[in-house]
Design a protein around this ligand. Structure first.
Ligand SMILES: Cc1cc2nc3c(=O)[nH]c(=O)nc-3n(C[C@H](O)[C@H](O)[C@H](O)COP(=O)(O)OP(=O)(O)OC[C@H]3O[C@@H](n4cnc5c(N)ncnc54)[C@H](O)[C@@H]3O)c2cc1C
Ligand code: FES
Length: 274
């Protein structure tokens, strides 16, 4: 059993949970995730390790209410417990010093960009972050991401905070200003996490400029051991399992259309349990 120490809403759709999980906290790394099972009647869902505190033995999960399990999770109180938490899972993000890294995240993807931006910054990189949400209320972890970014660009679809645009616009502008400049160089890496359509748009853009791009994929996961096949993705024409081979992959080689289709596989069943 894993005790919840804190469960507070960050906005109307997203909750932040601090959970006692000493072993997971002791080995967690940026880019990794856990699979939780709230109780023995529940379903297993993957959530990113958004933060952890080795001294306190705690992990932080940030969950957007997307359906039955995340709704149930949002209703738990401090003192309640989660039956099973498996992790840390997945390969950690490669965050060695490479120069300039642009971290791009949309929606609840910001929960994952935070530890990744922090790790890139702590490794000595110059970090530019672009975070976006539909509206100001839904934009999370702005201050946290800012702390580990040399520059932070904010976008909202409705213009209620930052720039009224998609996250790709500041990225396009960055590239075109570099194109015109004689003394600035293109970023060494772009790291992207968020809705599939957004990751595809970023990947299409960086491909034009031949900038190495890593996407953290979010397919449906069940066992997270590479056995069940639910997180199957096509990368460079080969089958990969995001839970054990990822979740980070070379974005230019990912079949995002297939990923998008597979995420919709259980839409009908998901609606019936609500
Ligand atoms: C590696 C990874 C890390 C993730 N990290 C986070 C995070 O930090 N915060 C967050 O809010 N969400 C995260 N997600 C997505 C999260 O797992 C789903 O939102 C959650 O499973 C939805 O479950 P539900 O029962 O509430 O909703 P449902 O109604 O079951 O599903 C709503 C939507 O969520 C997706 N989904 C459903 N079941 C799964 C599943 N088992 N695995 C993955 N996606 C699923 C589907 O797109 C589905 O249409 C992550 C997904 C992956 C693969
Ligand atoms: S979740 Fe089952 S193979 Fe990856």
């Amino acid at each position: 059993m894993f005790t919840i120490l804190e469960n507070k809403p960050l906005n109307s759709a997203v909750n932040k949970l601090i959970i006692k999980a000493e072993q997971i906290a002791s080995s967690a790394k940026a880019g990794q995730f856990v699979v939780i099972l709230i109780d023995d009647k529940g379903e297993r869902i993957p959530l990113t390790l958004s933060d952890w505190d080795k001294q306190q033995g705690t992990i932080t999960l940030i969950a957007q209410i997307a359906g039955a399990t995340t709704k149930k999770l949002s209703q738990l109180k401090a003192g309640d417990s989660i039956a099973h938490i498996l992790g840390p899972l997945g390969h950690p993000t490669e965050t060695e010093k490479i120069g300039t890294v642009v971290c791009v995240a949309g929606g609840v993807g910001i929960a994952e960009i935070y530890p990744v931006a922090k790790a890139f910054k702590e490794a000595g990189n110059r970090v530019l972050s672009i975070i976006g949400a539909r509206t100001q209320e839904l934009l999370i972890l702005q201050e946290e991401v800012k702390r580990f970014s040399d520059e932070l660009f904010i976008t909202t679809d409705d213009g209620s905070l930052g720039r009224k645009s998609l996250v790709t616009e500041p990225l396009k502008e960055l590239f075109s200003s570099i194109e015109k400049s004689t003394h600035t160089k293109y970023p060494d890496l772009v790291y992207v996490i968020g809705p599939v359509v957004m990751m595809k748009a970023v990947s299409d853009l960086t491909k034009e400029y031949s900038i190495k791009t890593i996407a953290s994929l979010n397919p449906i996961m069940v066992d997270a051991t590479g056995m069940c096949g639910s997180c199957r993705c096509s990368v460079d024409g080969k089958t990969k399992y995001a839970c054990v081979d990822g979740p980070d992959f070379d974005a230019h080689k990912v079949d995002f259309n297939e990923l998008s289709q597979r995420l919709r596989l259980f839409n009908t069943q998901e609606k019936t349990v609500l």
